[in-house]
Design a binder for this molecule. Structure first.
Ligand code: HMG
Ligand code: MG
Length: 308
């Protein structure tokens, strides 16, 4: 059977578990555990891992210690270690920590912008200008993240035009890559196609990424829809960790193991070792004493454990 559409032959999977995955944990996760997780993920072959956030520790206490994490990890040449920065204060810390890529994070929803970063969309863009300029002068890559691109916990439906506006503004700032983020996991495939079709008109589809949370169980379907639109960068978190402290009820990111299983089945290259990721998922689930949120990860682990 021949597919009607040409899917990308290769995709980049950005592992966001150490940051997006862990930021919502109530109990502080020891820096050594974070470091061990990141080192395992590095050895699994990711070329981009979102490892930390230089945000206010009063807003997100779990990300305190990001400098210790950045200094403690074993870096592999060719792998980008990204961190979130909301302002110049965060950027300076990111530079000290020798980050490879900064992530500025805005939203397509005014209310979410206020709740998450305490300013309007307009103010956020103004705040990002000197951050991006400083990053460019330092030769550091910049990614922009657009939250609530498929729905908002406070405003509900979000008009794709709002997403296009923010993408356009982030493109004008000079972002190298821009994330279309379904923060609360409410998107469905047709909406995903619409948002990529629209945003793809103002920023090249090769540099747009899909960041899906799995709250309503739609994330793999949404990834497939995005693949059909030509998207070739996806974010995921090992063991399906995740959630945003300012988006109550949102569950984890799509599980990396599930995404890898999907891509392998589609014959799409990722360059990542599934078994190592599954074992990393077991490691972090045990460390956090919580169930593993990846179906493919659990299936694989039960198979190898039963074979022993
Ligand atoms: P503010 O309170 O308006 O900031 O917060 P401020 O400039 O008035 O400063 C207040 C205090 O914070 C001061 O300390 C500053 O020094 C400190 P004090 O004098 O009170 O002791 N401060 C900082 N400390 C460390 N690092 C910094 C920093 N900046 C200020 N960079 C601010 C504004 C943006 C700082 C705050 O709202 C914040 O940190 N928000 C971060 C929220 C966050 O991290 N959310 C989760 C990430 S977004 C996400 O998960 C979505 C994503 O995954 C995509 C998706 O799924 O949608 C990316
Ligand atoms: Mg997220």
């Amino acid at each position: 059977m021949k597919s009607k559409v040409n899917l990308p032959k290769k995709v980049k999977i950005v592992e966001v578990g150490p940051r997006d995955g862990l930021q919502n944990e109530k109990l502080f996760v020891d820096n050594d555990i974070k470091i061990a997780l990141i080192d395992r993920l590095t050895s699994a072959g990711f070329i981009n891992i979102e490892v930390a956030a230089f945000v206010s520790p009063k807003w997100v206490p779990q990300m305190a210690g990001s400098d210790i994490v950045m200094n403690g990890i074993s870096r592999k040449p060719g792998t980008l270690y990204s961190v979130l920065v909301p302002n110049l204060q965060g950027f300076e810390k990111a530079i000290e920590a020798r980050t490879d890529e900064i992530v500025i994070f805005g939203a397509a929803s005014e209310t979410f912008s206020q709740k998450n970063i305490n300013c309007s969309i307009e103010e956020s863009i103004a705040r990002f200008i000197p951050v991006v300029q400083a990053a460019k002068s330092a030769g550091i890559r910049v990614r922009g993240s657009v939250s609530c691109a498929l729905g908002c916990p406070y405003e509900g439906e979000i008009d794709p035009k709002k997403v296009v506006e923010v993408v356009q503004r982030m493109a004008n700032l000079g972002c190298d890559e821009i994330d279309i983020a379904d923060t609360i996991g409410v998107g469905t495939p047709n909406k995903v196609k619409t948002v990529f079709e629209q945003t793809g008109k103002v920023f090249s589809i090769e540099r747009l990424s899909g960041h899906f949370h799995d709250t309503y169980g739609q994330s793999l379907a949404n990834i497939y829809a995005a693949l059909e639109m030509g998207v070739s960068i996806f974010h995921s978190a090992v063991a399906g960790l995740g959630g945003c402290p300012y988006a109550k009820g949102a569950t984890g990111n799509v599980a990396t193991e599930d995404v890898l299983y999907l891509m392998a089945g589609l014959g799409i290259e990722t360059g990542i070792d599934f078994e190592k990721v599954a074992l990393s998922g077991e490691f972090i689930s045990n460390a956090l004493n919580r169930p593993n949120g990846s179906k493919a990860g659990k299936a694989y682990l039960s198979k190898i454990n039963n074979a022993q």
